[in-house]
Design a protein around this ligand. Structure first.
Ligand code: GRF
Length: 185
């Protein structure tokens, strides 16, 4: 059975959706106080956190991550709101085995504010994209993407919520398509 680890920096709602449907070997957060760690505890999923500032540099931080992934024999790293750019140390070892979810229809609106940027641009539709991770910002090969409309009656909050709902539907589908087995019911 293929093993997955989820990386999340903050809230962790995508992690929660995944952990309710798939066995997650562990979740990692780069912030000790991230809400995702509380979600993991409630769900009984193992968690780890360490912060970049506790290491000499990003290479040392990512070396610790590689060790953690290797120890757990992780087949697929699932980024879900992991807000750091993945650098060479981690990519050298896990490129081709790491995916990310982005709350816009790439290559439209890459970066940390995909939802707000699409909203500010006044688009009629945006979307959700799941892609392989490479050294760029949201630039890796696209696995799957879906459009999400922006309605005339939307506020930023309702638009955002519709995008998140699409994320929660699409990420499990993609994991399944990559051969990750669901939890037994
Ligand atoms: C999601 O919209 C994801 O696409 C983006 O960051 C957000 C994380 O939300 N990269 P959550 O932490 O899963 O609630």
């Amino acid at each position: 059975m293929k093993k997955i680890a989820v990386f999340a920096s903050g809230n962790g709602s995508n992690f929660q959706v995944l952990a309710e449907q798939f066995p997650v070997e562990f979740v990692f957060s780069d912030h000790h106080d991230a809400y995702v760690l509380k979600r993991a505890e409630k769900l009984g999923v193992k968690s780890y956190s360490f912060e970049l500032k506790d290491f000499a540099d990003k290479a040392a931080y990512e070396t610790a991550l590689v060790q953690l992934l290797d120890q757990h024999q992780i087949d697929l790293v699932v980024l879900a709101g992991y807000m750091k750019i993945v650098a060479r140390t981690l990519l050298d070892k896990y490129e081709g085995r790491m995916i990310n979810i982005h709350p816009a229809y790439l290559p439209e609106f890459p970066g940390a504010h995909g939802i707000e940027d699409a909203w500010a641009a006044g688009v009629k539709e945006s979307g959700v994209t799941i892609h392989w991770v490479d050294s760029g910002i949201d630039s890796g090969q696209i696995i799957r993407q879906k459009r999400v409309p922006r309605l005339a009656t939307d506020s930023l909050a309702t638009f955002e919520e519709r995008i998140h709902q699409m994320e929660y539907a699409l990420y499990p589908e993609v994991l399944e398509s990559l051969g990750i087995e669901r939890l037994a019911k």
